[in-house]
Design a protein. Sequence first.
Lengths: 230, 542, 368
Amino acid sequence: MDTNVADAPEIANPNALQHHFENPEQQKDASTIGMWSFLLTEIMFFGGLFLAYFAYRQAYPVAFASASLKTNLWIGAFNTTVLICSSLTMALAVHFAATGKRRLLVIFLILTLILGGAFLGVKGYEYHDKWVHHEVPGIHFECEGCQDAGHTQLFFSLYFGMTGLHASHMVIGAGILLVLIWQAYKGKFTPDWYTPIENFGLYWHFVDIVWIFLFPLLYLIDRSGQGGLH
Amino acid sequence: MITAPPLVKEKKNYLNAEEGLMSWLLTKDHKRIAILYLIAVTVFFAVGGMFAVLIRLELATPAGDLLDSNTYNKVFTMHGVVMIFFFLIPSIPATLGNFLIPLMIGAKDLAFPRINLLSWYVYMLAGVFGIFVLVTGGVDTGWTFYTPFSSSYSNGYVVMTAMAAFIMGFSSILTGLNFLVTVHRMRAPGLTWFRLPLFVWAHYATSAVMILGTPVIAVTLFLLMLERGLHIGFFDPAYGGDPVLFQHLFWFYSHPAVYIMILPSMGVISEVVSTFCSKKPFGYTFIAFSSVAIAVFGFLVWGHHLFVSSQSAYAGMVFSVLSMIVAIPSAIKIFNWTATMYKGSVRLETPMLYAIGFMGLFTVGGLTGLFLASMGMDVHLTDTYFVVAHFHYVMVGGAIMGYMAGLHFWWPKLTGRMYSQVWSKVSAVLVFVGFNLTFFPQFLLGFMGMPRRYHVYPPEFQVLNVLSSAGASVLGLGYLIPAIYLLASLKYGAKAGANPWGATGLEWQTSSPPPTENFEITPVVTTEAYEYSAQEVIHVGH
Amino acid sequence: MMEAKSFQLFPEQASSIASHVDALYAFLVLVSAFFSLLVAFLIVYLVVKYRHRPELGPPVAQHTNDHGPGSMILEIVWTVIPLGLSMIMFAWGVSIYFTESRPPADSMEIYVTGKQWMWKIQHMEGAREINELHVPINRDIKLTMTSEDVIHDFYVPAFRTKSDVLPGKYTTEWFRPTKLGAYHIFCAEYCGTKHSGMIGTVYVLSEPDYNKWLGAGSGEGSMAEQGQALFNQLGCGNCHPSVVNNQNGRCPNLVGLFGTRVQVKDGSNVRADESYIRESVLYPQAKIVAGYDDIMPTFKGLITEDGMLKLIEYIKSLGAKNGTMSTATPGPVETSASPQPSTHATAPAKTAPRGVPAAPVAPQQRVQ
């Protein structure tokens, strides 16, 4: 496929070594260590929410199990599938960047964006649904038919906090994807240098993994118990 | 031998390389960014200091006659918020760390210069939120933001303040990330880990704490903002939320945060003591590893802030023993620094005065931490002035003394100028005396039972409070004078050579101030760190 | 009234634990003073002895290991000694803390409610105080505390005790006053505008003086009596038997409940203490007793924190673990108003977890 950097003469030589690095290997290493360190901070960031979740679930198991049933299992499963597929398309995009297949790179970045967008759209629908059923914490909160209703608001606070934080990470990711799609289209990435694609791939996979933890914790607490703990 | 560029007068250096405001505001040069930070943190230090003046003035009398209760509560809150988030946490890393780390490792810049600049803008954005809170009426929750007071009862600008601290956190994370990657990948050839200056080890450990701890305060403040702003509750007991969970999440960061504040300072002390004894630091490996140990153990002790909070006694025991253990590496450093002086050649220049002040005051501060780590003792002392005295001894007597030592040590490198030796020594002594007079009485007040954050107090506490307030005026003077002579040195100070103190380290092998690219040729390191025998000691001209 | 105290450096030692705390303090001060002075002395000595003398030239390089001067022996010594001393501090502190956190079994109970910005104190016998706490000397006193709003902290420097006072939860603090007098109460957790005004006084009285004070009481009856009134008013008795031989079957019997272990529907078991009662009243579905149905409504919003404490005191008066009264107090004790005290001796053995119904129960009975 076409990898001709000269197609886009207005973009500076992407292989240019930044002035403070001695050689390209050092520059790439620095980028990669930097990205992994950043992901470490993200783990700590979400970690606080996971800690709150575990503390409250342990304290109020009945309320959490009951409230979890208010989430829609099929929608959640669909979203999980969509996100896993988007990680696949992203991984393929990285592969095509490495092998210099510019058109496929652009296509798969776009597919990733579309799948991410689908996830966000479905999430928006879920949020709307919760709003309509008064399941958003606040003055009008009401968990209809829930057991230990007095404690269910905590579940929903965590639901919105965790999925909201996750969704905002996806929105930021979508924004970066737009930039990368444009740059890829313009031929900025070559098999010699495609570090931003790789690093973004790391970020996207991380966001996916966070969801893979969120899904069972929020949607699957007690699906087998038919609406209550044994 | 280390290859060094020739010393040439009037050479282009980083200060005069480019002119104009935009060349500063859009700079990618780590040295210029360090100066930008220096100006910003100094301004915030002055703001935080003003609040301290108000506190001590009010507390000179038992009655609330200077400020009303709400105002006083806002004043001590803002003092804490400004001093901790806007001064202490960035101080050494963002100024001295930014300036010196690339120089010390023989690099041309940090790994990510644009992220470095971004971190300054993020800091300034946080500052805007902070100033906004200040001028619109303040916040009165204490810098610790305990719920449910902060989430449901306070009448101040909680969300804005939380936002300021939240944004500040990202500046801290970006700095830490930069340092971590830089130290890993950008050391000059031959500069192995155990040839690194101890200042770099200290900042490496600090960076690890910054990137692992800061996100937790970020998410905690995020939850607080959701709770307060959108009524999405996480800590509200009205529906089973646990206010103590907030405390756990808050202190999980805020305890390691104090190690972010002290580790860089300890790095400075290692450099200063070694230089002014013309001797390699005693126990280099132990000092280096103790920084790492403090960073690791520092994450395991947060529950010592919760001994009386209804935390289980068994959890308390674990935190108590770990808090004892975390004190040991700091003790190791103090002993090693002292041993460095043995058979050295000690010169009592200003940076050294601050360094030995640090050693004395940090020892007291660290030892009084043991009082608080001992559970049964902590029950009586927690939330009293004993705690206030303890943390000021380590933060001011420790961290800030170290900052002053570093500023005075590297001032010639940063600016190319020397400052008045007489006035700098006078100030160092004033700070030491004023500090002790201000804070030692507070240990006694705490044991007597005077709680902290008290606007009015029973009359029997007045004598010690008056002593403390008197000391504060001396301390304030001690901080004011350097502002004058340091600024004056920029115009009137003697020009400094590359290495006015006879120190070792790559930063002293380049001119004062350094050229923009730091080194004309990348140095190659072939010797161990702190090789004084190869040097001649050069005297500073008075 | 408390007399104005002159300047002093030590608070009074007015409780049984105070001298222990002060002994630990003295040890800590000694160790700290020793090491501070040692470091200070060493610094001054070394700075003078090894001051820079230009005529001598640079210092001679020391014996070095890999990275500079050092001595493994010294490192070990000045690691092990501080570690040993700090372990003493740790162990000593733990021992005092465990004593402070385990109120003796027969402590006299007093209830404290903190709210912005005052302390409300309720004695079991019915006496109520605001910002003052009268206690008899040489008795173990246990405070059960809660907050109506934000976190407070009940601190008595002279007793060397403090504990946070939390909303939605009960915390306890105990002490044994050993000296007559009046001592400061301070709120020691920042709680807003008048945090420094949320102070009071503990009055330690001799036993006869205390009884006399108690007798002058509030006239509203004991806490348990007031609690019983609430119990009836809120209709609890419609479901919960408070008479030992009445096995209603729909709801757990409360006689002899307090202090026993209760089997919860999900398989766990929990101790029926103050927090359990409170949670059951406000969040009845959180821990449904095994063998019973989910039929209890919540009383959230219908009962204040003060009322809750009275209700708890009433339930305690229905018999505790050993079939005896939960507290022993010389003060006037409720008699006729509380249900059949004589049945306590014949209350069912407390070894089996409560909630397992003794009589046959039709679990499918539902209140429609």
